[in-house]
Design a protein around this ligand. Sequence first.
Ligand code: FMN
Length: 416
Amino acid sequence: MDRRKFSHLVACGAGSTIASLAAQAHSSQPQTNESQATGSAPKPKQLSAVVNQSPTAVEPVAVYEYEALARAALPRPTFEYISTGSADQVTVRENLAAYQRIHVVPPLLRGVTQPDLSTTALGEKISLPVILAPVAGQRMYHADGALAAARAAADAKTIMGISSSVLDSVEEVAQASTGPKWFQLYAPKDREIGKRLIQRAQRAGFRAIILTVDLGEWKDADRRNRFTLPREMMIKHLRDFGFVGNFEQMTHDELISFNASVWDMGMTWEIVDWLRDITRLPVLLKGVLRPDDAVRAVSKGVQGIVVSNHGGRRLDTMPATIDVVESIAQSVAGKVEIYLDGGIRRGTDVLKAIALGARAVLIGRPYVWALAAEGETGVKNVLELLRSELTNAMSACGCNNTAAISRDLITRSKLG
Ligand SMILES: Cc1cc2nc3c(=O)[nH]c(=O)nc-3n(C[C@H](O)[C@H](O)[C@H](O)COP(=O)(O)O)c2cc1C
């Protein structure tokens, strides 16, 4: 591979490496946000007015409204880095559209008004079945980055998954909030560096390791924008992770090449054995889309599976996670906990995911849009919006608690 060709590529970590500049720009106009990508209804008129005047003049009443606020708050390449998906964005669209093909059929007169939304995730009690997914680069979206998001998660009494490319060290995030946190690892080729980082996360009080194995983002928008981390952030990211080098002496292109060269893009199942050998923390495998992989993960001793297509950022045309979660849940037959992410935007989406076998869901874009728009307050608000919507959905369905969310509450559209 000619590294010079990749010098302008996004470089937050292994999740966003390696896409060829040689690939020609997509012939159609860039689809710059999720609503354009998905063809979903345009934003209400009053919101665009609000966005133009003052992004925070009116509190958003639904998660999707934060997308427009983030667009107004961020440079376009950064907004597109967050919001767009891989190639033709089929999977991004599917992640949303698949929820609309699933209908809720609530039973009547169950007398539930104040359902208990709490659950446990790997033994940790959380107040709602919504967890913050690991998302890279959070200092690019807001000055307080992951520190603000971690405080918001703690305030909502839920878990935050911290990306190993988040741009704050595990110690910095641990200092910012005592709330429960899971650490997400992109495996470096140098396993000693990986081991030391896992040990640091453990010492800093992280309670589980998310091993992300669906690598390699392939996003036209980022190649078109030649999107990269700013130099100082790239250096901080490498140092935070534990890499050593004369980074200050390197050119920006050299830094990006260095970053692209250090991740293990050719992992095998051995990586799970390695991780289980070096830590006593529970391990979640993130990126599972097939029952056979789920069964293999269970046989390797993981404690949880995250059914994920990386928010449609990796290989385009992968299926919506909500369409595969039920078969995965059936294949592992309750032996480990199942989580799901991708396209969760409404309380009803959370209800559907649980009905199909997820213990809880993770959200990515919704909270980083809110982080960009309003910092910690925005992230809190996103969690509270989902909490209110799920309360409404569970009340309507007569579910006193999350264990009462059953398969018979939903049906798949005949048109789907
Ligand atoms: C900007 C951005 C950066 C991401 N970075 C990471 C990462 O560093 N590690 C990881 O495991 N997943 C990463 N993801 C994927 C998320 O963890 C999650 O799978 C996805 O965002 C869920 O889809 P949603 O955005 O529709 O909620 C990232 C997603 C976004 C949007």
